[in-house]
Design a protein. Structure first.
Lengths: 259, 520
């Protein structure tokens, strides 16, 4: 079971790498073939780095199988019954889809320019790709529909204005921006109750999402002492404090408890 | 001087689309505390003491997320939008209209006050602006327009939630939640009189454009920008949806007229004989008299038709129900309903699979005076006669005596037949019985020409309804038309024949006289 998840996630990663910079190919690709969220924000080059691995203890809960019988076109995109992606575990209890960000330590008043390159969220095979991603305040999020079925995209937010728009056919695109930092905004499709994505909206570029092997890397940090917070949709949050001097790299491994 | 006065006058004029200058939040708070806080809560979080008895729940003002707007999805409502909901209320919810209960001044003030619950309204970058809707294209009730509307109803996926025939029974309907996780029904598009944003084609078009923020209903405005469909085509969808409801909201009439028919009793729900029979609408409300009370009935009304032959009665009860219970797909919905409502103490049964049910109630004997048995299933001393049908035993109905909500004693020789059809979000059930009573001590004989008290009860099992958790009506009447005696038809014929005969006689006599004179 774990092996299968890993192979799917691994495949996802490979496809991501291969499809970088060529979006025309991406749309025709099978599910899970979208640019990784971290790549959408150009990471600052100079400065220190915090990297590490996210793990969990205990047994990961089983991801529920998705009954896609109502949506034949989505169902046809999977060789076996697809599951939800609530807990995506890698080998040795590595935990993917964790949003890691600097929650404190960035000097107040320091502003960062949001990239104009959009973060792409694709609906393919009646699932969201990526499942968890980050975006800067003011940075566009381009929502695409690669399924020939009706999706509605609803953002459930508190600090941002919500929205709920429909995309009844393949090839449709909607671009939205968020105006305030918020961890996390929930994106959901009400036509397909299993479809959830999570977006962390940040005022700075200091965030990352853990990969299939649980690793993450936040770069370009000026010297200082930072609190980093890791958020997982089922396991809650974990924090660590890291001090960076000069352009050094520091490691911060975080461990969640499965419950 | 004149110029200064003019400048002052301009300053005092309210800005277009805004009522702000004439609003007083302090006075608004007084109104709010008195009239609104009971449901919406002291801090506007939608958590007043009455909130746990309502589905849908009262608006939480702190998020500034409003369903009924003229603005794009995610945008704040205009003051005019808020004022409309305040004035007219929100049909199908517990929110009444306040136009006649509060003065205009009070309504403006309370509107200003409720906006203070959210910081979004203070954000000047979020000034709400109404969308350009354009006018309704004509010909919207014609066959061609409705065909186009139906085509786009399918292609933009309305059926996913609202169902193929629009009764709110689409494949996604059991999973629907609002932003707070409360259960929410896809609207039954055949009941436009309970659409919370209004039931006209214009209202429906506006909801398609703006979406209902906070609910699963999205905005379809992007489709116009992306040329997926034209404004006219989206209007046709609105006009098609409008066409599913009757032209006017149903009027409640006290007496169901059961005509005498010359053919066989229509025992099947879809027997063609039913099409020519008048339908009567009976609104139902939650049972909130006895514990366990029920504040969120799913069945808000039933249509009743009745006919009789010389020896039997048939009663057709039709109601919209999103689920053919018991249905495991709806179990989570039941859990959400129970979680959203404050349960009476001791009523902690977990969600389970219950059937749909309907009960028709009569007195045991026709009361001679004005007094009828207690409408809520009688009492131990004065029982009522009932027919009960459940979706798990569709082709039978149980007749018996109810002695209050807790006690129902079936009778052995009930003689009540039933047939049922579930079709696209609608139950149609026909009860039949002989007019003569199998046992006059317990079962009412049906006689023509008199008002027979009748009441109805409904349960939607997939909404958690069972036992005392049900929808109830008050007493109405059923009247079986009397057979018309043959003399009614024969007398005019005799009268006509006599008149004609007499006339002919007079003419003949006159002619006789004339010819006699000529001969002379």
């Amino acid at each position: 079971m774990t092996g299968r998840i890993f192979s799917v996630v691994g495949g996802m990663f490979l496809l991501t790498v291969c499809s970088k910079g060529d979006n025309s190919q991406v749309q025709a690709a099978p599910p899970a073939a979208e640019p990784a969220p971290a790549s959408a924000t150009a990471p600052p080059t100079a400065g220190g780095t915090i990297s590490g691995k996210i793990k969990f203890t205990g047994t990961a809960p089983r991801n529920p199988a998705i009954d896609m019988s109502e949506e034949a076109t989505c169902k046809a995109k999977y060789p076996t019954t697809p599951t939800e992606e609530n807990v995506v575990a890698g080998p040795a209890n590595a935990l993917a889809n964790v949003f890691v960000y600097v929650s404190a330590g960035v000097p107040a008043g320091q502003t960062f320019t949001a990239p104009t390159t959009p973060v792409v969220l694709d609906q393919n095979g009646c699932r969201y790709h990526p499942h968890v991603f980050g975006v800067m305040v003011g940075q566009p999020v381009e929502i695409r529909n690669s399924d020939a079925v009706l999706h509605n995209i609803k953002a459930v937010a508190k600090k941002n204005r919500p929205f709920n728009v429909s995309q009844p056919s393949a090839g449709m695109k909607t671009t939205r921006t968020f105006t305030a930092p918020e961890v996390m905004v929930n994106l959901q499709c009400n036509v397909h109750g299993w479809m959830h994505a999570w977006v962390g909206v940040r005022p700075d570029p200091f965030y990352a999402v853990s990969g299939p092997d649980g690793s993450f890397s936040i770069t370009g940090l000026p010297p200082g002492t930072y609190t980093i917070e890791a958020w997982h949709e089922k396991f809650g949050t974990q924090t660590a404090t890291v001090t960076i001097a000069g352009t050094e790299s520091k490691t911060a491994n975080l461990t969640f408890a499965a419950h | 001087m004149t110029r200064r006065a003019l400048a002052l006058a301009i300053l005092l004029l309210p800005a277009p689309g805004s009522l702000l200058l004439s609003q007083d939040t302090t006075a608004g708070k007084t109104v709010y505390v008195k009239w609104c806080a009971g449901c919406h809560g002291d801090q506007g979080a939608g958590d007043g003491f009455a909130a746990k008895h309502m589905i849908p729940p009262p608006r939480d003002f702190t998020g500034a997320i409003y369903q009924i707007r003229s603005t794009a999805s995610g945008n704040l409502p205009t003051d005019a939008d808020l004022m409309r909901s305040l004035d007219e209320g929100l049909h199908g919810t517990a929110m009444p209209g306040w136009r006649n209960a509060l003065s205009e001044r009070e309504r403006r003030d309370v509107l200003a006050y409720l906006k203070t619950f959210s910081t979004f309204f203070a954000d000047t970058t979020l000034r709400p602006q109404a969308l350009e809707f354009g006018g309704e294209p004509s010909g919207g009730t014609g066959d061609e327009a409705l065909k186009v509307g139906r085509q786009f109803y399918d292609s933009i996926g309305c059926r996913k939630c609202h169902g193929d025939l629009g009764r709110g029974d689409g494949p996604s309907s059991p999973t629907l939640k609002d932003d707070a996780g409360h259960p929410i029904f896809a609207a039954d598009l055949h009941q436009n009189w309970v659409f919370n944003g209004g039931g006209s084609a214009v209202d429906i078009y506006h909801r398609l454009r703006t979406g209902l923020d906070g609910t699963p209903m999205p905005s379809f405005s992007d489709l116009l920008e992306q040329k997926f469909l034209t404004e006219t085509e989206l209007w046709r969808v609105a006009q098609y949806v409008r066409s599913l409801s009757p032209e006017n909201p149903p009027v409640v009439r006290d007496v169901i007229r059961a005509p005498l028919i010359e053919r066989a009793l229509p025992r099947a729900p879809d027997d063609s004989a039913w099409t020519s029979v008048d339908a009567y609408w009976f609104p139902l409300v939650g049972q909130v008299v006895r514990k366990t009370r029920w504040f969120a009935p799913a069945v808000t009304g039933v249509w009743v038709k009745a006919v009789h032959t010389t020896d039997s009665l048939a009663l057709q009860v039709t109601w919209d129900d999103r689920s053919e219970s018991p249905d495991t797909a709806w179990l989570d919905h039941v859990g959400r309903v129970f979680a959203a409502l404050e349960q009476d103490e001791g009523a902690t049964d977990p969600p389970a699979l219950w059937p749909d049910q309907i009960a028709v109630q009569f007195p045991v004997t026709i009361p001679t005076g004005m007094e009828r048995p207690y409408f809520l299933m009688g009492s131990s001393s004065a029982p009522v006669y009932q027919w009960r049908w459940t979706s798990t035993a569709r082709t039978t109905a149980v007749a018996g005596l109810a002695r209050g909500l807790e006690r129902f004693d079936p009778v052995s020789n009930g003689g009540v037949g039933a047939q049922a059809v579930y079709d696209h979000g609608q139950w149609r059930v026909v009860f039949t019985r002989a007019l003569a009573s199998p046992d006059t001590a317990t079962q009412l004989p049906f006689r023509t020409g008199r008002a027979i008290p009748v009441a109805l009860f409904a349960w939607d099992g997939s909404n958690g309804e069972h036992g005392t958790r049900m929808a109830v009506s008050t007493w109405y009447f059923l009247a079986l038309d009397e057979p018309v005696p043959a003399s009614v038809f024969i007398s005019p014929v005799i009268a006509m024949a006599l008149t004609l005969g007499l006339g002919l006689l007079v003419v003949w006599r006159a002619q006789q006289k004339t010819s006699f004179r000529r001969q002379q």
